[in-house]
Design a protein around this ligand. Structure first.
Ligand code: ZN
Ligand code: ZN
Length: 349
């Protein structure tokens, strides 16, 4: 089937309308009528060819929500009309230790929702800036939020799970002091989720102007990282830091805020390396520096269910598909609170 999409034919060209084909649903496939798709920083980097390996035409988008339009003969978990989501992956090898553990995000054969090899035309996956997508049911998530919240659920599929996974893995919860560094698309979800998990949340920002917003999102304390006294006051007090900042920066300033055995997890992908941390800053308090990438399918479902139960969604600004290029520019300037979401109805001719 041919569907309307938004994408680019080269890295130096703006996104525009593009017609793409989707495979007919196979026995285990779910065909989804996309209602909304969130706009992630990865979309911008990929479509502009700023990370190696972008293939064109490129249709970004991996924060997808919508309704099931059709199901294959052997699909057991979903029916036409169900509210569903698709995140950063649409397939994986299904037989390695990572897939067996439900951590398909770490599978060497993980197939990204866009720009990954596939037998389908045109030979690479095409993402959620489109009217419809066809996905194997193993990689489809159930959305239990009220349908009126659907647009704001979309960013949970990447920004939500990217912060949820480390918060859960390092056991953020009551009695824990958790730092969230950076208050953007990822960080604003990190604050909401850490708060709902019962942790004491300390938000770090370079900008005093974000203090009120961070408090409104649920931070118990807000620290302006340019203020040495405020930073020193947090010294050796945090159990866990989820650092969402992608720009290279001084990691030691944050490592020194960890208690003994504390961990800082990096979830932002810098285009050039961070200055190396001082090893002494790690060994003196048995601190750990870790990384984490999105999350597996079972924990993504766990996160969605938790958010539905606690009424958690992202803070979004809805745009029409034709506004995407301008939205990218505002995203680069950090001028979005906190995630753009494309209304897929504006793709329809
Ligand atoms: Zn993303
Ligand atoms: Zn695998």
């Amino acid at each position: 089937m041919t569907v309307n999409a938004y994408g680019a034919h080269a890295g130096d060209q703006p996104l525009g309308p593009i017609a793409i084909t989707r495979r007919a649903p196979g026995a285990h496939d779910v065909e989804i009528d996309i209602a909304f798709c969130g706009v992630c920083h990865s979309d911008l980097h990929q479509v502009r060819g700023e990370w190696a390996g972008t293939v064109y035409p490129c249709v970004p988008g991996h924060e997808i929500v919508g309704r099931v339009a059709a199901v294959g003969a052997h699909v057991g978990g979903f029916a036409v009309g169900d509210l569903v989501g698709v995140g950063c992956m649409v397939d994986s090898c299904r037989s390695c230790p990572d897939c067996d553990a439900g951590l398909e995000n770490y599978c060497d054969g993980m197939v990204g929702t866009y720009n990954a090899p596939t037998p389908d035309a045109p030979g690479h996956t095409l993402g959620g800036y489109s009217e419809r997508i066809v996905v194997n049911e193993r990689y489809v998530l159930r959305v239990r939020h009220d349908p009126s919240q659907l647009a704001a659920v979309a960013p949970l599929l990447c920004a939500g799970i990217t912060t949820w996974s480390p918060l859960r893995h390092w056991q953020a919860g009551p009695g824990k002091r958790v730092g969230i560094v950076g208050i953007g698309g990822l960080g604003h979800m990190g604050i909401k989720l850490a708060r709902a998990l019962g942790a004491h949340v300390v938000a770090f920002t370079t900008s005093e102007s974000k203090r009120r917003d961070a408090e409104a999102l649920g931070a118990h304390e807000v620290v302006v990282s340019r203020d040495p006294e405020a930073m020193a006051a947090q010294g050796r007090r945090l159990d866990l830091i989820v650092n969402t900042v992608a720009a290279p920066h001084d990691l030691d300033a944050y490592l020194s805020l960890l208690k003994r055995d504390g961990t800082m997890v990096l979830v932002g992908a810098p285009s050039s390396p961070h200055p190396s941390p001082q090893v002494f800053n790690l060994i003196m308090k048995r601190r750990a520096l870790a990384g984490s990438m999105i999350g597996g399918i079972p924990e993504t479902q766990e996160m969605l269910d938790f958010c539905a139960e606690h009424g958690i969604v992202a803070d979004i600004e809805m745009i029409e598909a034709s506004e995407i290029n301008a939205a990218y520019e505002r995203m680069l300037e950090g001028k979005v609170k906190y995630r753009f979401v494309i209304d897929s109805a504006t793709l329809k001719a």
